[in-house]
Design a protein around this ligand. Structure first.
Ligand code: KIV
Ligand code: ZN
Length: 513
């Protein structure tokens, strides 16, 4: 008889810990709504104690999400747990996820605590969290590099204290599948009350084995919750990817014999939304959500697929939502139709003015592009050059000239704190000239780490270009995203969006540092 695998999504928390992937409150709400459509069981909405911004984002998500459980991370201390409890108060279903490191290295060097102190603090944290909700998860950070007898003692104690889920992270991505699976199995055997909790895996992808390790934790170790992120976003090399784990368990149901509640037809939309908002582009050959994932290039494959799909396909593109890329609106669509589409996509406008501005941008786009897809609308909202939150810098217009044999020139008009400025420059190419023109006025001195251009909708040069610019300054890394059918304009918007993010002094604590 099969049982259920709980899907715990941590895109908004661990995913956001990727350098440059920080998201605004509005962006997080949009992603949370898409995760609810995807029917994930638990949405880890953030780490409430890390910043006021995160606290408010969790609170807003807790108010709008009805079907999924909303969760906040909290270190095993009173202040973090109280912040998490307060942020989650509006939620219909809420979970506090508290953690403390249990490996000798982390306890000695990072925490400077003895094993007994760690054990005591873990139990105390779980008991306090239970005052806010009966759904408490405990994580043993760096669990996989912990000593089994001590880890089992901690797990036993927190289960006794009332923790319902026990998560054993491979925090540094060191595990290999069979060893991690056996570790989970042995740990459960050594924990006398293991049957009173759901066991969970949380694997990082440093050696490219996060999905394989998670699957081994399920198949060999008996875990029934997987912690994962859309597109495998996460610290360093990322986390276990939600789309891969879900499709592996569904496609190989013959082997795993587990039910998963995910609506897989929402996977591609979720992947695009996260990529759109964070500016983290999905590689074409990425399983499930990469542009080539279902493309059969070789003649032999095409012939086979035409005769019978199963010859080369183990799942269909429709299963994961590739066909959902519909034309939704066009030039003649009215404000009401546009508003309804925004609502369906989970995009909320804070005011009538914001709706009117976005509608105007939609009309401008529809004048230049016949078919407007959902991705275009997401890009319109994420890639308007404001960075979503602070509108300190705002794109107004651009003229650029490039001709073979001449040095390109750009003249950019943008506003700085509502004051319009005009700046001109030459450059190696039109994008270089545009960025130099902006810098001539702003003088941010930020270092450009990444510049990438992508077509939002495939198969046509009519597509909007989506540009990501990653800037670094004073130890902070931010991503700016800009979208426009003109990629030079998209670049200007992306650069201004990144400057906006640098400008807004959002300091946020990393829970693990
Ligand atoms: O990787 C990790 O150990 C974590 C914990 C905080 C759950 O993200
Ligand atoms: Zn993690």
């Amino acid at each position: 008889m099969s049982d259920r695998l709980i899907i715990f999504d941590t895109t908004l928390r661990d995913g956001e810990q990727s350098p440059g992937a920080s998201m605004t409150r509005e962006e997080k709400i949009r992603i949370a709504k898409q995760l609810e459509k995807l029917k994930v069981d638990v949405i880890e909405a953030g780490f409430a104690a890390s910043s006021n911004g995160d606290f408010e984002a969790i609170k807003s998500i807790a108010s709008v999400i009805k079907e999924s459980t909303v969760c906040s991370l909290a270190r095993a201390n009173d202040k973090d747990i109280m912040r998490a409890g307060d942020a989650l108060a509006p939620a219909e279903r809420r979970r506090i996820h508290t953690f403390i490191a249990t490996s000798p290295l982390h306890m000695e060097v990072k925490l400077r605590m003895t094993p007994d102190q760690v054990l005591e603090q873990a139990v105390k944290a779980v008991k306090l969290a239970l005052q806010y909700t009966d759904d408490v998860e405990f994580s043993a950070e760096d669990g996989y590099r912990s000593e089994l007898p001590f880890l089992a003692k901690v797990c036993e104690a927190v289960i006794k204290a009332g923790a319902k889920t026990i998560n054993i992270p491979d925090t540094v991505g060191y595990a290999v599948p069979s060893l991690y699976g056996e570790f989970m199995r042995d740990l459960r055997t050594m924990t006398s009350n293991s049957d009173k909790a759901v066991w969970s895996v949380h694997c990082h992808n440093d050696l490219g084995m996060a999905v394989a390790n998670s699957l081994a934790g399920v198949a060999i170790g008996g875990a029934r919750q997987v912690e994962c992120t859309i597109n495998g976003l996460g610290e360093r090399a990322g986390n276990c990817s939600l789309e891969e784990i879900v499709m592996a368990v569904k496609t190989r149901r013959d082997f795993f014999d587990l039910d998963v509640g995910i609506d897989t037809t929402q996977i591609v939309s979720a992947s695009r939304l996260v990529s759109n908002i964070t500016g983290f582009v999905v590689q074409p050959n990425k399983a499930i959500v990469g542009a080539n994932a279902f493309a059969h290039a070789s003649g032999i494959h095409q012939d086979g697929v035409l005769k019978a799909r199963q010859t080369y396909e183990i799942m269909t593109a429709e299963d994961v939502g590739w066909s959902a890329n519909k034309i939704v609106l066009g030039k003649l669509s009215g404000r009401n139709a546009f508003k309804q589409r925004l609502e369906a996509l989970g995009i909320e406008m804070d005011s009538e003015q914001a709706l009117n501005d976005t509608f105007q941008r939609f009309k401008d786009l529809a004048d230049r592009k016949a078919e407007i897809f959902d991705e275009d609308i997401h890009a319109l909202v994420s890639g308007d050059g404001t960075g979503g939150e602070s509108e300190f810098y705002r794109y107004v217009s651009l003229v650029q000239h490039s001709e073979t044999g001449e040095r390109p020139k750009a003249r950019v008009v943008f506003s700085v704190d509502s004051r319009e400025v005009v700046s001109e420059s030459e450059g190696n190419g039109p994008v270089d000239a545009t960025v130099k023109a902006i810098e001539a006025e702003v003088r941010s001195g930020a270092e450009l780490l990444l510049f990438s251009v992508n077509g939002i909708t495939s198969g046509t040069t009519e597509s909007q270009g989506e540009v990501t610019m990653r800037l670094q300054k004073g130890g902070r890394i931010v991503n700016g995203v800009g979208a426009d059918p003109d990629i030079v304009v998209a670049s200007a918007k992306a650069y201004l969006s990144a400057l906006n993010k640098l400008q807004s002094k959002h300091e946020k604590l990393n829970p693990q540092v």
